[in-house]
Design a protein around this ligand. Sequence first.
Ligand SMILES: [Zn+2]
Length: 144
Amino acid sequence: METGFVLPDLDSEDSAEFWAGCARGELLVQACGRCGRWRFPPRPMCPHCQSIDVEWVPVSGRARVWSFVVPHPPLLPAYAELAPYNVIVVALEEDERIRMVGNLVDRPDGAINAVDPASIEIGEPVRVVFADVGDVALPRWVRA
Ligand SMILES: [Zn+2]
């Protein structure tokens, strides 16, 4: 389905497992098969020990807002219609060095401009939810 939004390649060798997890309602990160350290976004080699052994581990989906921006036009048309909206960076509860980019929404299928950006606070707790956007189960964040 064409949404006008920029969506990931679900078949990318590095990240297919991540998106398959999202489709099951699971948030996954890569854990190095040698040193055990987590990494995100998905990539083939551990940045700490250079091992290519990898496991995928589910995380709780609990996180805190680490930073955010409020995009304004010029933007791609699908985004310009919704601006201003928020883009947040969250730090996972289990390992705050693991950060993910998404939108803070009021419910899983809520619009990305439904939360007033002025109300967002650095450090506030959030939890992951998943919304079907086109063919993708997209992780998004709601207030915990
Ligand atoms: Zn490693």
